[in-house]
Ligand binder design. Structure first.
Ligand code: ATP
Length: 431
């Protein structure tokens, strides 16, 4: 397992993740995704959407607005409950999460601390031209509420019967007191959430099924089982709305920490929104003639945390011919670049032309790049370091036999294939 600094540095060097607004000294808790980062992030989201929406017939997607009617956040309890305990140092004025402070003096300067206060994590803004209390709105701290308020719309439009789910991926914002551990705790991040509506009484069974499904998803995408675990919450850890919760945790460089939470939220949210909005958010069961307020199972994961996990888990250093090789063993579905086409001799125009032509024919089918900015050994190392599963090398012989060499990232084995077959061979390998 690499330490976090190794991954931070690789991400910067290779165009995965940059500090936000870096030329102005960065901005705590905000990150920018570079050319490879955005590809990996899109692939993570695509893999999730495929597993929870495309491949199931009981879950549909949606995409709600980030800024919602502030009534939503009053009804959900976020305005009063979405807080962290905070203490200030009276001497150095530093601010800490109360749970991070051991003892009763400032961990930085030993000064006296204030009493614990509650600090709301929602970012505020104003909607409309007047910046007064009535115009205050919030940037959503989770995507979940955008789903609950659309329960009726989606259920009616899609004629869904219980059990069914609504999935969403989108940005969330939290004014975290102590952002850190790279993107693990950011102030702007993305969530992948499902609200899965079930009949009361079947909730515990569905909860278990979703916990297992979500654990399996990470394993299928290559996370090592010894670094992943399911941790049920103890009663005193449960959020005010939850009946039960289990986290999928990863063994990060700073220790075991939450990657995704899977909560049984009971009928709390639909009940709250029914009461506050005055709208009937029940499900009408035609068979029994009953109106039911469904229970909700919520798998809630972070795109950025998942991405960080995939990067950490994929990172390997090994020795090849007395040289260090860094290789990201990313799952092929996640790798930002699927194939790099490399000319063996970059000063031979016919080789360069053929390599460029091959790249062009591959591009409509997969993320393919052409690179001639170094000697072949160097080009391989660079692709290994960003996790590209295949390199295709065009050499002198290619000009005669119209064949090229495919080199696989993990074991560096090589096969020769004809240019005519190349696309199909690669697509087959990547499928
Ligand atoms: P934590 O205890 O780490 O603050 P949480 O229990 O508040 O997390 P949830 O509200 O359950 O987190 O959010 C669901 C998921 O969203 C988390 O499992 C995580 O992957 C992601 N997430 C939450 N907060 C952040 C953050 N500040 N930065 C990045 N991802 C986050």
């Amino acid at each position: 397992m690499p330490d976090m600094d190794t991954i931070v540095s690789l991400c910067k060097r290779r165009g995965y993740i940059f500090p936000s607004s870096e030329i102005y000294g960065g901005y705590g808790g905000f990150w920018d995704y570079g050319p490879l980062g955005v590809e990996l992030k899109n692939n993570v989201k695509r893999a999730w959407w495929k597993a929870v929406v495309q491949e199931r017939d009981d879950v549909v997607g949606q995409d709600a607005a980030i800024v919602m009617n502030p009534e939503v956040w009053r009804a959900s309890g976020h305005v009063t409950e979405f807080t962290d305990p905070l203490v200030d140092c009276k001497s150095c004025k530093r601010r800490f999460r109360a749970d991070d402070v051991k003892g009763d003096v400032c961990p930085e300067c030993g000064g006296e601390l204030t009493d614990v206060r509650r600090f709301n994590l929602m970012f505020k803004t104003f909607v409309g031209p007047v910046e007064d209390q009535a115009a205050v709105a919030y940037l959503r701290p989770e995507t979940a509420q955008g789903i609950f308020v659309n329960f009726l719309n989606v259920q009616t439009a899609m004629r869904k019967k219980l059990p069914f789910g609504i999935a969403q991926i989108g940005k969330a914002f939290r004014n975290e007191l102590t952002p850190g551990n790279f993107t693990f705790r950011s102030r702007e991040f993305e969530q992948m959430e499902v609200e899965y509506f079930v009949r009361p009484g079947t909730d515990e069974e569905w909860h278990q099924r979703w916990i297992q499904d979500r654990y399996d998803w990470y394993i299928r995408l290559g996370i090592r089982a010894e670094s992943l675990r399911i941790r049920p919450h103890t009663k005193d850890e449960l959020a005010h709305y939850a009946r039960a919760c289990a986290d999928v945790e990863y063994n990060f460089p700073m220790g075991w920490a939450e990657l995704e939470g899977i909560a049984n939220r009971t009928d709390f949210d639909l009940r709250q929104h029914s009461q506050a909005s005055g709208r009937d958010l029940t499900f009408y069961d035609e068979e029994t003639g009953e109106h039911i307020i469904p229970y909700v199972i919520e798998p809630s994961g972070g795109v950025d945390r998942a991405m960080l996990t995939f990067l950490l888990d994929a990172y390997h250093e090994e020795e090849v011919r007395k040289e260090k090789r860094v290789v990201l063993r990313l799952h092929k579905d996640l790798a930002p670049i699927k194939v790099a086409v490399l000319p063996l001799l970059r000063n031979r125009p016919e080789i360069v032309t053929l390599a460029r032509e091959i790249t062009r024919t591959l591009k409509p089918h997969m993320m393919a790049v052409y690179d001639d900015t170094g000697a072949i050994g160097r080009l391989y190392r660079r692709q290994d370091e960003v996790g590209t599963p295949f390199c295709v090398t065009v050499d002198v012989q290619s000009l005669e036999d119209r064949a090229v060499t495919i080199r696989a990232r993990d074991f560096m084995e090589q096969i020769r294939v004809s240019v005519a077959e190349l696309k199909d061979v690669l697509l087959d390998e990547l499928s």
